[in-house]
Design a protein around this ligand. Structure first.
Ligand SMILES: [Zn+2]
Length: 187
């Protein structure tokens, strides 16, 4: 999946990408286009990458009694447009035309409420370990597809739009590697 060329199709669903429609979304404000990409990282339980609890969180099916950490997630309604797993596989939860609930209280270039005008991409990871090669490959292809479909002005981390509150994608996300791959021809 990560090796193929990705295309944004109708309503902002990517063609030939696994879809798991999350209920956690709503309409973007009238006239509000997408011009920002927000990179996140997440793992549940923290620093574990083997289960499907991130997917369950985004689908509102997580059993919050199944792990002590999850008590704080009870009743939380969140999502991202995309989730890139450790093996580089890609899942789409919300079509890009809709507003996913990933950024929370946030501000970029003087505009607050970044969910209104952004696409959120979650990488399966944490602040304590490097991301996997396959994740960079998938992120590169996904970013190129989104740049083709939308007038993306900036690509930022969650920490950049919610400083002091969020740290993701964290110290192990290699921004230089990501940006260098985007500058390279092809894809
Ligand atoms: Zn985040």
């Amino acid at each position: 999946m990560s090796a193929g060329i990705l295309h944004v199709g109708a309503a902002g669903w990517l063609r030939d990408v696994h879809r798991m429609p999350s209920p956690n979304h709503d309409e973007r404000p009238d006239g509000c286009g997408v011009d920002l990409l927000v990179i996140h990282s997440i793992s549940l339980p923290p620093d574990e990458f083997t289960g499907d609890d991130v997917i369950r969180l985004f689908m509102n099916t997580l059993d919050c009694a199944s792990h002590p950490y999850y008590r704080r997630l009870h009743g939380l309604k969140v999502s991202a447009h995309f989730f890139i797993r450790r093996d580089g596989s890609l899942i789409q939860f919300v079509p890009c035309a809709k507003r996913a609930w990933h950024a929370g209280a946030s501000c970029w270039r003087g505009r607050s409420g970044c969910n209104d005008f952004s696409v959120g991409i979650e990488l399966e990871g944490s602040d304590s370990v490097p991301f996997a090669d396959g994740q960079y490959g998938t992120l590169d292809g996904l970013t190129r597809a989104l740049q083709q479909a939308y007038a993306i002005r900036d690509i930022v981390g969650h920490a950049d739009i919610a400083p002091g509150r969020k740290t993701d994608p964290g110290p192990h996300f290699d921004w230089m590697r990501y940006r260098a791959a985007l500058r390279a021809p092809g894809g």
